[in-house]
Structures are given as structure tokens and as C-alpha cells.
Design a protein around this ligand. Sequence first.
Ligand code: AMP
Length: 190
Amino acid sequence: MKNIIIFGAPGSGKGTYSDEIVAKYNMGHISTGDVLRSEIKNGTELGNIAKGYIDNGQLIPDELMIDILAKTYDALPKGQGVIFDGFPRTIAQAEALKTMLAERGDDMGMMIELVVGEDVLMARLLNRAKEQGRADDNEETIKKRFEVYHNQTAPLADWFEKEGIRNTFTWKGSKETMLSEIFAAIENNA
Ligand code: AMP
């Protein structure tokens, strides 16, 4: 399998669709948010640093994130393809990912962009707050995360466009429709 980068705003379904893709194609999965939350839970030094940023809806500094990403990637089995969920979130991270993969004889494969209206995103995140109790899923932090997304992450969509690997999927109200469109695109790219 080729690598996949799943890209979109907070609440756009990156984690949900990643799980479906991983189950269907037996790929590796790196969710940088999950990596950081597990570090926080285990009370590590990295977790202590990350907590301040996450609780404020801000991004962890690029250098730190890039280092974590490379270590996590190298710990996964080779040759299965990896889905990158929540990384890259800045142009610097995207450039670093491209270089890191090239150094290992791999490439970014395809990028899947999830486009969902902000009202739907907010409703989903507030609902997730009730179900999962994530500390950063409160209205104030969600607004901050949207702002960070618009300013720092959304411009990356054009970067992927220039790389020729951008595939956009727009939410039309049905998870099944999204999934079948995404699976078809993955199979076309295989
Ligand atoms: P997520 O679970 O992907 O929504 O990530 C939750 C939080 O973790 C984000 O709001 C950031 O604070 C932090 N985070 C996750 N991935 C990254 C990344 N690639 N770069 C910087 N911060 C990140």
C-alpha cells in the first residue's frame, strides 16, 4: 500500500476514516494527537510539554513534532503503507515529512482532504466532548483550534495541490457515501 495523508479541520473525521481505511487495507496508522495524549496520560516529559499547547488549542512546535513523527514512523513495520492522521499541520512539517520519507526511499503517496462546514464541525466536537471527555473539546478551545487550522494548516492544501497528490472529499451528510468515495480513490491510486 502507498502512504496516505489524511487532512482536514478538527472534527472533520480524520480519526474515524483513518480507522476504516486501516481496517480495510491493513495499513500502519500514526495519529500525532493520539501519540501526544498517550504521552500526557503516562506523565512523560514530552507529555508535560505537549499538555500546555493542547489545552490552549495551539500547535506543538514543529521541531519537536517532526522528531516524534520520524521516531513513530521508524517503529512501524515496513512495506504496509502508513496513514498520517493529524500530521503535517504546517508547511515546515510537510516539507520535513517529504524529506524524511525520501531519505527512506518512500513517498507521501496520496493526500485525502476532508471538507466539512464549520457548523457541522462544532456540533460534532461538542458531542465528542460529551462522549469522550477530551480536555480540548470545549467551545473556547475549539474556536482557537479552528483559528489555528485556518491560519497555519489550511494553506497546506495548496502545497499538496502543487505536489499533485490532493484528493478532496466534501461532506454531503452521509458517512457511507464519503467512505465509498474515499475507498474508490485509494483503489484508483494503488
Ligand atoms: P488532534 O487529535 O489531531 O486533533 O490533535 C490534538 C492536538 O494535538 C492539537 O490541537 C495540537 O495541539 C496537537 N497536535 C497534534 N498533531 C500535531 C501536529 N502535527 N503539530 C502540532 N501539534 C499537533
